[in-house]
Design a protein around this ligand. Structure first.
Ligand SMILES: [Zn+2]
Length: 288
């Protein structure tokens, strides 16, 4: 009897234990409280009806002169350190009064895949409880497939279009790299903007010494990833961070700041995929 009582007490305590996401939401709430230039926004409701929250940094300057950039973490729910970086970056914005950014509005979404983050699972479940890899859920120039099986990814894509996002950084783990398109299956991994991407990425990693290159060269090719979609469809300057196993968050924040400052003020004008979609047979299908 005693044991049973103890067990039921333990179970009830457990159901009250704060989830990973509720802790992240508390940190978001604390960061924006009383700030005149940070505000919470809601991307929308995911397949489970949970609010995907983000923080908007409102830069100094007239709206007509401003550009909008985006930082998104935890497409993959098990890459929990990506959330930590995003939350520390929001704190950095608050404590530095956003001094690094003029004429920039910045949107930070610390947890895109809420269910995955709470279970520390790479995948996210749709409304029918079926699991999907969120970073294979976007349109791809080389693969015909059903896209946007998840509400989270569809909401993010609509947001990028509607807010005219110019530069985007997604945060993953753990490889210690900063990469740029292409990551699709193609015979040539260099985009027409290759030199621009290469220069900016090299400048951004001076503090943390991450490896730079195309997603496909440094990691692996993959179909349906956000980073390639945002570039090929819209010309968004799209970067992917793979944090190190043991990140030095302060140095990684310097990389984010440098990347955001160096984004061009307009989207790429020629972001076509000009190669052939020949799939390299030796290439794996997964990347972190
Ligand atoms: Zn990932």
């Amino acid at each position: 009897m005693k044991n049973l009582l103890f067990l039921s007490l333990l179970l009830s305590l457990n159901s009250y234990a704060a989830s990973n996401y509720s802790k992240a939401q508390e940190r978001i709430g604390r960061a924006v409280k009383g700030s005149s230039f940070l505000e919470e926004f809601i991307l929308g409701l995911n397949d489970q009806g949970q609010k995907i929250k983000g923080v908007k940094f409102i830069g100094k300057g007239e709206d007509k002169d401003k550009v909008s950039h985006l930082v998104v973490a935890a497409h993959h729910g098990n890459e929990t350190k990506s959330v930590e970086l995003a939350l520390q970056f929001i704190d950095y914005l608050r404590t530095t009064n956003g001094k690094d950014f003029n004429n920039i509005d910045l949107y930070v979404i610390p947890v895109l895949n809420i269910g995955g983050y709470d279970r520390e699972d790479r995948h996210e479940r749709d409304s029918k409880n079926k699991s999907h890899d969120p970073n294979r859920d976007y349109p791809d120039p080389c693969i015909v497939k059903k896209n946007f099986k998840l509400k989270s990814t569809e909401l993010l894509a609509s947001f990028v279009r509607a807010r005219n996002i110019t530069g985007a950084i997604t945060v993953h783990g753990y490889y210690g790299s900063l990469t740029y398109p292409w990551g699709i299956y193609t015979d040539n991994y260099e985009t027409l903007d290759h030199k621009v991407f290469e220069k900016k990425a090299k400048d951004a990693v001076l503090e943390n010494n991450y490896i730079v290159g195309t997603h496909a060269d440094i990691l692996y090719p993959a179909g349906g990833a956000f980073e390639d979609w945002a570039y090929f469809e819209l010309g968004v300057w799209s970067l992917l961070v793979e944090l190190e196993d043991t990140p030095k968050y302060a140095d990684d924040i310097k990389m984010l700041v440098s990347s955001i400052q160096s984004f061009p003020s307009k989207r790429s004008r020629d972001h076509r995929h000009t190669g052939s979609c020949e799939r390299r047979k030796d290439a794996g299908i997964s990347r972190p």
